[in-house]
Design a binder for this molecule. Structure first.
Ligand code: FMN
Length: 440
């Protein structure tokens, strides 16, 4: 009997363990961890999310930790996102033949190794140099799709070039300038992105006390602006920008200015002299999003791209229906990891409602609260087509770079595979047919 775990051959090569036998009762990656452990090599990042977060708290700068770990308001939604998973339980099933299993799926005509992808996470430059490039490499090694954030710290073309033919999407924040929107979208098409994800839940930045307490906004330091700075339309606007008076010059303000000049790229001296990085930051703040966007505006995007369009941030049946009426190709249920509306309903709860409304007309993606493979199983069993991992990969990136991200992905996928087997299922169809029980 053979276990079929797609992609594990590749994983073997990356972990340099070509001699390992394919043994039915232990998935290769789990076996690898035990074998490495026996040789005294611990995993680079903790496997339990709480420990992962705790280590990040100890090692990250205060600003970086606040940005990744923090949420909106009192963080009740962020907390509730996790509790929602505990409302459901998996029913293990015995004596089913689960010897041949596959997590493979096809999304918008492209085969994916599994229904797991990396959610768009902006400002990763707070955590590491070349952050998004490291994530792109890890994602490609694990053949797991990456969604390039509109707020990335490395431009999409660079990341795409590192990914071969591994799947990637582009996430868009709809700017005040439609010309910029069109430019970003056409660049995404040109670098091989296979869908455009429009994030709708951030017409304004959420109220985030941890960042506010530190007075920390990554974009002020030109962190997370790579898609803009590399864009010809955005750059053309900077020539016209008149800097507004910025208040008294303090040491702290000088430090932010210096950081912005460093992160902007090119000649530091030139940046300090021309203050172009400050113009870029001001322009970004002025145009990064639109508060007057309407459902009817989606026509513009439809006209400007041949790619499938996915709307991220949908949290109710009514909006799901509007998305279908607008001819959208996918819906992404998400509350942005509790970073926008404190007190908003949990994403998992919304998933159930949206799946019932959509009835398979388009794929329904999901994130907010996924911490491990068992969570992915639950979201799939509740009807998600594919699931996004957010904070866990960002924390792992900060702690251990590319290798950390690879570990988090493989941990999640292996636990998902095992959970599937214990539930008596062999593939996604089996998972979708698995009825979760309400926890009493
Ligand atoms: C630090 C951070 C930055 C994020 N940046 C973006 C972004 O640029 N675009 C976007 O659509 N969502 C962004 N998100 C939301 C994620 O895509 C995803 O919805 C969220 O992380 C899910 O919650 P979880 O990480 O708690 O599971 C960000 C989330 C975090 C934690």
């Amino acid at each position: 009997m053979k276990t079929q775990m797609p992609g594990t051959g590749e994983r073997f090569r990356t972990l340099k363990s070509p001699t390992m036998q394919h043994v039915d009762s232990v998935p290769p990656y789990q076996r690898e961890l035990y074998q490495r452990g026996a040789r005294g090599h611990k995993p680079r990042v903790p496997l339990h999310f709480d420990q992962l977060q705790e280590r990040a708290r100890q090692q990250f700068s205060a600003r970086a930790f606040a940005y990744v770990a923090g949420g909106a308001g009192q963080e009740t939604t962020q907390f509730a996102n996790r509790l929602a998973f505990e409302d459901w339980c998996i029913q293990p099933k015995m004596l089913r033949d689960v010897s041949v299993r596959s997590l493979k799926t096809t999304i918008f005509g492209k085969e994916w190794r599994s229904p797991l992808m990396l959610s768009p996470v902006g400002a990763l430059g707070l955590l590491r140099e070349q952050a998004d490039a490291l994530v792109a490499r890890a994602a490609a090694r694990c053949r797991t799709p990456m969604v390039f954030s509109n707020q990335a710290s490395v431009q999409m073309e660079t990341c795409a070039a590192l990914m071969g033919d591994s799947p990637r999407w582009f996430q868009l924040y709809w700017s005040k300038s439609n010309e910029l929107v069109a430019s970003l979208v056409s660049r995404a098409e040109a670098c091989g992105c296979e869908a455009i994800v429009v994030t709708l839940d951030t017409p304004l930045l959420g109220w985030r006390p941890r960042d506010l307490q530190l007075g920390s906004l990554p974009f002020a330091r030109a962190i997370g602006l790579a898609q803009y700075l590399s864009d010809p339309v955005f750059q053309s606007y900077l020539d016209e920008v008149q800097l507004r008076p910025s208040g008294p010059i303090t040491l702290a303000a000088l430090e932010v200015f210096y950081q912005a000049c460093r992160n902007y790229g090119g000649s530091l001296w030139q940046n300090l002299r021309t203050r172009r990085p400050l113009k870029a930051v001001q322009q970004f703040v002025d145009i990064y999003s639109r508060t007057d966007l309407l459902w009817s505006d989606l026509k513009f995007l439809r006209k400007h791209t041949r790619l499938p369009i996915v709307l991220k941030g949908i949290l109710c049946a009514e909006d799901a229906r509007l998305a279908l009426d607008a001819g959208m190709d996918g819906i992404w249920v998400s509350n942005h990891g509790g970073r926008q509306v404190d007190g908003a309903r949990t994403s998992l709860n919304a998933l159930v409602e949206v799946v019932a409304e959509v009835r398979g007309a388009v794929p329904v993606f999901f994130d907010s609260g996924i911490r491990a493979g068992a969570d992915v199983f639950k979201a799939l069993a509740l009807g998600a087509t594919a699931v996004g991992l957010g904070r866990p990969f960002a924390l792992a990136l900060g702690l251990a770079g590319e290798e950390g991200v690879v570990e988090v992905i493989e941990n999640t996928l292996t636990e998902l595979d095992l959970t599937m087997a214990f539930a008596g299922c062999c593939d996604l169809e089996g998972i979708r047919g698995h009825r979760l029980l309400r926890n009493e």
